[in-house]
Design a protein around this ligand. Structure first.
Ligand SMILES: N[C@@H](CCC(=O)N[C@@H](CS)C(=O)NCC(=O)O)C(=O)O
Length: 208
């Protein structure tokens, strides 16, 4: 049984490291960087043989290679079972629904806000892009906030892989007070996710 997770904790590999820590899995962490600042980076021939897209994360699980961070989490949760995994086909449908929703309706705009916050730009075009992203995020935030007020978690009444998948995306807007202040259920849920020991352990692995 050998699991290798490729990708620095600063990258989307953090979702997979978080899940692996929640599950208590034994794994090797290859700190493949998405920036060509280290010998182990995502455009080397060795890594391109694992993920020809040249993106992290990826995993090698006993010879099975999987890339795409959300697919990795859904796979590992299903494989190892337990409370994080779907208990029924219906739960699986909900976990897939919310995960695809986060990737298609939230992630791009959330990343725009994160990058804008980390490196504020003076160009009018970039500021307009951030303002548009903020505007577009109001609708999915309202949807998710209403869902959380009834359910408390993404799926069912417990913490699952879906909470990890969504928190990893929603936390990118953490630096934009207007969004979280206006959606208190999302803010409280996110704070709960980020207080988990497994999340904190992965945060401690981040090197900027
Ligand atoms: N949809 C992919 C996105 C992967 C991705 O873009 N990863 C970034 C790091 S978070 C990367 O490797 N960027 C390097 C590049 O674009 O050259 C996933 O979720 O795994």
């Amino acid at each position: 049984m050998a699991l290798t997770i490729y990708g620095v904790a600063l990258s989307r590999a953090n979702r997979n490291l978080w899940l692996a820590e929640e599950l208590g899995l034994a794994y090797t962490h290859r700190e493949t960087d998405f920036r060509p600042i280290a010998a182990d980076h995502s455009r080397t021939e060795t890594f391109l043989a694992i993920n020809p897209n040249g993106h992290v994360p990826a995993i090698d699980d006993d010879g099975l290679v999987v890339w795409e961070s959300m697919a990795i989490n859904l796979y590992l949760a299903r494989k190892h079972g337990g409370a994080l995994a779907p208990a029924t086909l219906g739960e699986e449908a909900q976990i897939l629904m919310w995960t695809f929703w986060a990737v298609t309706e939230v992630e791009t705009d959330a990343l725009t806000l994160l990058l804008h916050h980390e490196a504020p730009v003076t160009s009018k075009r970039r500021n307009a892009a951030a303002a548009k992203a903020l505007d577009r995020l109001q609708a999915p935030f309202a949807v998710f906030d209403a869902h959380l007020s009834d359910h408390g978690h993404v799926v069912g009444t417990r913490f699952t892989v879906a909470d990890i998948n969504l928190a990893a995306v929603f936390e990118w807007v953490g630096a934009v007070p207007a969004l979280l202040d206006g959606h208190r259920n999302v803010a409280d849920w996110l704070a709960g996710c980020r207080s988990r020991p497994a999340y904190r352990k992965v945060q401690a692995m981040v090197r900027v």
